[in-house]
Design a protein around this ligand. Structure first.
Ligand code: EPU
Length: 310
């Protein structure tokens, strides 16, 4: 990385040699040489501007709920968005618009919609992470996903310019957003569209959404589902039938509650998790001929780094 020193305005929110494990829900990950944590949308824009001039690449980290970070030193700068939190609400007839910064927690937005009786985000009950992260993975459940609630996404582009994208241009897919796969494009905020409803109705829908997640492990450090559901199949069911539940590598264990979750039992490394995930993937391929692909994103660790046999 050719590094130009940061201007004072950016230097104020840069830290060096920071442990990333506490910033992820799995609780694993090594040290970032450079961790950039802007505290507002303006600072985020400024930080991206600097990163684009000084570094060939950087990694954007949201709530750390869908990411596996390697155990070694992370050389590329990590841009953490979680301190850029703000919400602006406007109402137009029956429609409610919430403009939120990328780092706003999805659960915070949901809590507001429950309190006010606004409908449209009930599916997000129980989904951790930030608005920016939820958009980049089109987070959702069988009941809905982000693409149904978004009207506009604000980004900083590869050349440093700001852009507002209409939801229809985002190239949504199942657990993906085509436009945000370009990692040099960073979300700085988004406008969600909800509708006026009734508090009781919204709360009931949220409870139902939470109950439908009953299979999922509670009280363990996980990163949600590890693999995407392959077309026409449930990854959890395939992994379960391949007898992956309870498999252990080091401090990582496949959940006994839901086979698509890997739990950190303590003293767990990213390598343990990756190795276990690849053993599970191999079992499913051998038994069903289906190749699972990761839903989680990775930084500083790759499938190719680990050999689990042929
Ligand atoms: N199943 C098993 N064994 C298991 C897990 C699941 O047999 O160990 C079966 C279930 O009985 C059910 C089917 O597989 O018949 C589907 O399971 P589930 O309802 O749990 O849904 P899923 O497809 O595994 C998806 C999302 C979850 C979301 C749930 C609930 C993906 C990869 N996963 O899981 O999202 O919470 O639906 O709507 O799309 C996430 O994305 O991180 C996540 C957890």
């Amino acid at each position: 990385m050719s590094r130009r020193s940061a201007p004072d305005s950016v230097g104020a929110f840069i830290l060096h040699d920071q442990l990333l494990a506490p910033l992820t829900t799995w609780g694993v990950g090594g040290y970032a040489k450079t961790l950039v944590t802007p505290r507002s949308r303006d600072e985020l824009i400024e930080a991206i501007g600097w990163l684009k001039t000084c570094c060939s690449s950087f990694f954007t980290l949201g709530g750390g709920s869908n990411v596996l970070i390697g155990d070694g030193v992370i050389d590329i700068p990590v841009l953490r968005t979680t301190e850029t939190r703000d919400l602006r609400v406007s109402v137009d007839g029956e429609n409610v618009f919430i403009d939120c910064a990328a780092g706003t927690k999805l659960s915070e937005v949901l809590a507001l919609t429950i309190k006010e009786g606004w409908s449209g985000l009930e599916f997000a009950a129980g989904i951790p992470g930030t608005v920016g992260g939820a958009l980049s993975g089109n987070a959702g459940t069988l009941r809905g996903a982000m693409d149904k609630s978004v009207v506009m996404v604000q980004t900083v582009e590869e050349d440093g310019s700001k852009h507002e994208w209409k939801a229809d241009d985002m190239k949504w897919g199942y657990r993906r957003c085509g436009l945000l796969e370009n990692t040099s494009r960073v979300v700085i905020g988004a406008k969600l569209k909800l509708s006026l409803s009734d508090r009781g109705l919204v709360l009931a829908a949220v409870k139902e959404a939470l109950e439908s997640r009953g299979l999922q492990p509670c009280g363990h450090r996980t990163a949600g589902c590890v693999f995407k559901n392959p077309q026409g199949h449930s990854a959890g069911m395939l992994l379960d039938r391949a007898e992956c539940k309870g498999l252990v590598v080091g401090g990582a264990r496949v959940s006994a509650a839901h086979a698509n979750f890997i739990e950190n039992m303590g003293a767990c490394s990213a390598r343990n998790i990756m190795q276990l995930a690849l053993i599970c993937k191999k079992r499913v391929f051998e038994m069903f001929g289906v190749t699972l692909s990761f839903e989680i994103k990775t930084l500083g660790i790759q499938e190719e780094d680990i050999y689990v046999g042929r």
